[in-house]
Every structure is written in structure tokens, then in C-alpha cells.
Design a protein around this ligand. Structure first.
Ligand code: SAM
Length: 285
């Protein structure tokens, strides 16, 4: 067994003991796979837990179903990042989807994910509606023109190649690539440990979109468990009845997301709203 840990904040170690199954340095990051007695298989990039076979559904369902249900008939969807395929799989579960384009900068992440945890992607990579490109997602959005009904940003944290995916310029270019009524979702980090990242992402998105709403969900292996996402668009409003109807029509069978969560996703804790407003809610440690 190998002990490894994340250090989300000074003096805090989120430690794991697992069996290292694979380790390599890609052109972009260190990639490790662990077998863990509680979380199953774990994908770790540059020392940070990205996803696990035990709790991946908590994250991928909230990142994907919230935006997809907010759109009446999402057909073309763009995924930035998401190398493990969990986001692609959830997008393709929506029967309205005719094409899902996934742009992942590091092909090695997908190769390793397909070998060590094929269950996260299921058969998504072989779905005829899926197009998987290995490129910088920011360049893809900037240099292309085909429109999408939803853009899902399943990026790593704002470090290295991921930094650009939290920028005002990138969000502005995403808005250009969205059809009228289209929406963007993104994972934006821990509102408790990384409030500055949350405020930055929301602030940058607010310069590009008329409406930007933070929402939260639980992801057991992410620091602090309470995880931040955002939904951006021209007009965001999905009540539980609409959400339930659309989920039933599309044959969704989620294990975390519910129509009620969809309606309530934006009822965030007061401190998250404060973080979103950019006010420093936590004294500097
Ligand atoms: N589910 C994980 C999470 O919640 O943090 C992240 C999923 S996935 C592992 C994150 C992916 O974003 C990584 O595979 C990384 O290579 C990719 N990525 C980072 N920067 C990127 C960029 N500029 N364009 C495309 N993919 C990028």
C-alpha cells in the first residue's frame, strides 16, 4: 500500500492509502492510478484526485444533468476536458443529443482511463454520436465556429493547461459558440477551501454571460466534499416539474441528480453566495 495525500489548505492533509497500479508523466501532467479499499480505482493528476469509480457519479451527474436539463432540446454538446469519459457518458444519456464533441488536451489521460476504469465511460467512447479530439479546449473554442446547445467544462483545477479555462476571454469565446438559449457549466472548485477560485471563475463568467449562477453538490473525495459548479447563459430557470418531465422524456436514471436538486441546485449556502459576490468570507489562515 502507498500513502499519498492532497494538501488543500495549510495544515490539512487529505490522505489515502492505496495500491499504485500505474504511474507515468505525460506531456502535461503526472498521471497515477490507485486501487483503494473504499473508493475503488482513483485517477490522480499531479497529486490531485480527479475521479474515483466509487463517487464519480456524484460529480459527473451534477456537472452534466444540471445544464442539459436547463435546455429544452440539447442536440450538439461540447465537452472541454473530461478525459476519463464520465462527462461524455452522461451527456450521451440525454436522448436529444445528436453529437457530443469532447476536447481533451492529454490523450494519455483517456488511454489510461480506458484501461484502468472503463466503467466510468461505459461505451461512450464508442458511441457513433461521440467525437473525441485531443487538443487544447481553449484553442478549439477560439478557432472554430460550429455552434453548440451546451458547453460542459470538466477541467482540472486552474493550474497548468487548465488556467485558461477559467479566463474571461475563454468564457466570452464560449458564449459566441452557443446557440440562443444555450448554457455553459463548469466545475469551479471548493467554496470552502478555494473561495478565491470560485470568485474568479464566477466573476470572469459574469463578464461574458447575462446570467451566471453558482450551484453545489457533494463529492466525497473532493476537498471539503461540498463542491462548486456554475451555470451560465442568457436565461436560466428550470423548475422541478420541467426538470422531471425532461428527465423522464430523455430516459435518465441518475443516482445523485433529481428534479428537486435541479430546482434547488441554486439555493446555495449563504457563505457560497458571499464568496460568489467576491467578498472575503474567510479570514486568511
Ligand atoms: N473530474 C475531474 C475534476 O472534477 O476535477 C476532472 C476531469 S478530467 C481528469 C480533467 C481534465 O482536464 C484532465 O484530463 C486534463 O488533461 C484536462 N484539461 C486541462 N486543461 C485542458 C485544456 N486546456 N483543454 C482540454 N483539456 C484540458
Amino acid at each position: 500500500m502507498t500513502r499519498f495525500h492532497e494538501e488543500p489548505a495549510p495544515g490539512l492533509e487529505q490522505a489515502y492509502q492505496g495500491t499504485l497500479l500505474h504511474a507515468e508523466e505525460s506531456a502535461f501532467q503526472k498521471i497515477e492510478v490507485y486501487e483503494h479499499p473504499t473508493f475503488g480505482r482513483m485517477l490522480v493528476l499531479d497529486g490531485l484526485v480527479q475521479t474515483t469509480t466509487r463517487d464519480e457519479f456524484c460529480y459527473h451527474e451534477m456537472l452534466v444533468h444540471v445544464p442539459m436539463i436547463a435546455v429544452a432540446e440539447p442536440r450538439r454538446v461540447l465537452i472541454i476536458g473530461g478525459g476519463d469519459g464520465g462527462t461524455l457518458r452522461r451527456v450521451l444519456e440525454h436522448a436529444t443529443v445528436t453529437e457530443a464533441v469532447m476536447v481533451e488536451i492529454d490523450e494519455t489521460v483517456t488511454t489510461v482511463s480506458r484501461e484502468f476504469f472503463p466503467e466510468i465511460a461505459g461505451d461512450a467512447f464508442d458511441d457513433p454520436r461521440a467525437t473525441v479530439l485531443f487538443d487544447d479546449g481553449a484553442a478549439y473554442v477560439r478557432d472554430g465556429s460550429e455552434p453548440f446547445d451546451a458547453i460542459v467544462i470538466d477541467s482540472s483545477d486552474p493550474v497548468g493547461p487548465g488556467v485558461v479555462l477559467f479566463s474571461e476571454e475563454f468564457y466570452g469565446q464560449c458564449r459566441v459558440r452557443l446557440n440562443p438559449g444555450g448554457v455553459l457549466s463548469a466545475q469551479i472548485g471548493s467554496p470552502f477551501y478555494f473561495p478565491d477560485e470560485i470568485a474568479m471563475a464566477l466573476g470572469n463568467a459574469a463578464k461574458a454571460f447575462p446570467q451566471v449562477k453558482p450551484y453545489v453538490g457533494a463529492v466525497p473525495t473532493y476537498p471539503g466534499t461540498l463542491w462548486g459548479y456554475m451555470l451560465a447563459g442568457e436565461r436560466i430557470d428550470t423548475d422541478a416539474d420541467t426538470a422531471g418531465k425532461r428527465a423522464a422524456e430523455r430516459g435518465l436514471q441518475p443516482r445523485y441528480w433529481t428534479p428537486e436538486i435541479q430546482a434547488g441546485a441554486f439555493a446555495v449556502p449563504a457563505f457560497v453566495a458571499e464568496v460568489a459576490s467576491g467578498s472575503p468570507v474567510f479570514p486568511k489562515p
